[in-house]
Write a protein that binds this ligand. Structure first.
Ligand SMILES: O=c1nc2n(C[C@H](O)[C@H](O)[C@H](O)CO)c3cc(O)ccc3cc-2c(=O)[nH]1
Ligand SMILES: C[C@H]1O[C@@H](n2cnc3c(N)ncnc32)[C@H](O)[C@@H]1O
Ligand code: SF4
Length: 363
């Protein structure tokens, strides 16, 4: 269906490069034709658990990582989960630094708590979450091996990792120079492993980190390839780089709304139609409504109680505000689980996750 508009790599690239309003207006019309049929824009009510903010990488855009790190205590995590439960949240988002247990001090701390590794600790917390709350875990903690994904699938409704961009070139730039974990070969391999393991999966690209138009198109095509092969990509996040004081990339220009609009249109044309396109509403407060017209159909995780620890300067909108914002464009806001409906089956989910979902739906 998507190929009605463009077919070739070069077409997408020249579209991204285009300064001709007619081209963009025409594409918006063609893509928009399909958007008229959609009714709902979804979001997931969540609690963000930043389990540990040390990280083996140093991404040029990141403010989350601290050398003076904090590893969350079990009690603290449980209290946050219980609070989320009281607020009716359905997603426990475990997002944290990559391979934090490469740090000997953190390993030591974990040992004292009775755990051999951060993933053993994570598994325990996610299991507790399933046994004591109505929240479903979603883990996004950077690179994981096949066996690690397999273990976490037991206690996660879905998992994720941002591809960021599939360009090797960025590994020599300020964005990823000091981040071995952002090697696109490794990230694509992990996304492929998640496909083999039938894990409903979230990925995406970060726009505005020094990549060019070819690299954006290539990244989206790489995601499409894995999505077509395994069918596990539930959503693709188009994340706009937001500058923050003190990061190495402080002086980088944030991508313009026009640029993001074009990237969304290209994503819509490249990706299979069932794959949702997500933009976070806290990073797109002024522009989000217009992006709905270009094919965005999901706002991602929105939290009534925790901040976005990756973008702490950007508060979440109230759900009711988000509802008005969405309805003004003519769509309805609908809450979803961290796993999209089409994956709610034995083919995709572990028995304990599936049982939990049945029990949640009964409530
Ligand atoms: O609050 C945030 N949530 C982020 N999420 C959460 C996401 O919005 C939701 O957890 C998913 O839509 C699943 O419901 C991510 C999840 C991933 O799997 C990969 C990347 C992200 C990035 C962010 C983020 O920067 N901030
Ligand atoms: C959790 C995800 O958040 C994104 N991320 C990290 N730093 C920034 C920033 N300054 N602006 C926007 N997104 C960011 C990355 O894509 C990461 O994978
Ligand atoms: S973006 Fe993720 S991988 Fe990069 S430094 Fe921050 S926490 Fe680490």
């Amino acid at each position: 269906m998507s190929s009605e508009v463009f077919k070739h790599f070069e077409d997408y690239v020249s579209f991204l490069e285009s300064k001709d309003p007619t081209t963009v207006i025409n594409t918006l019309r063609l893509v928009g034709e399909r958007e008229r049929k959609k009714k709902y824009i979804t979001y997931s009510k969540n609690v963000f658990i930043p389990l540990c903010n040390w990280c083996r990488n140093f991404c040029g855009y990141c403010i989350f990582r601290r050398e003076n790190y904090k590893l969350m205590k079990e009690k603290e995590v449980k209290e946050m989960l219980l609070k989320g439960n009281r607020y009716g949240c359905k997603e426990a988002l475990f997002t944290f630094g990559e391979r934090v247990d490469e740090n000997p001090k953190i390993r030591e701390e974990l040992k004292k708590m009775g755990y051999e590794s951060i993933l053993e600790y994570l598994y325990h917390l996610e299991e507790w979450c399933l046994n004591n709350t109505n929240l479903l875990p979603h883990t996004n903690c950077g690179l994981l091996e096949y066996e690690e994904l397999k273990m976490l699938k037991e206690v996660n409704a879905s998992m994720g990792i941002m591809l960021e961009n599939s360009s090797e070139r960025l590994m020599n730039t300020i964005a990823h120079r000091n981040s071995p974990g952002k090697d696109p070969k490794k990230r694509l391999e992990m996304i492929e492993n998640a496909g083999k393991l039938k894990i409903p999966f979230t990925t995406g690209i970060l726009v505005g980190i020094g990549e060019n138009s070819e690299e954006i198109v290539r990244s989206l095509m790489d995601i499409r390839e894995l999505s077509e092969k395994y069918g596990h990509i539930q959503e693709v996040i188009i994340q706009n780089f937001r500058s923050k004081r003190g990061i190495p990339m402080e002086d980088f220009k944030e991508p313009s709304p026009f640029k993001i609009l074009k990237v969304i249109l290209v994503a819509k044309m490249i990706l299979p139609p069932e794959v949702s396109i997500q933009v976070p509403p806290n990073l797109n407060r002024e522009t989000g409504q217009l992006f709905l017209l270009a094919g965005v159909d999901d706002w991602g995780g929105v939290s009534p109680i925790t901040e976005d620890y990756v973008n702490p300067e950007a508060p979440w909108p109230e759900i009711e505000t988000l509802r008005e914002y969405t309805e003004e464009v003519g769509y309805r806001l609908r809450e979803r689980l961290p796993v999209y409906d089409r994956y709610i089956s034995r083919e995709w989910l572990s028995d304990r996750i599936l049982n939990k979902i049945y029990n949640i739906k009964k409530d």
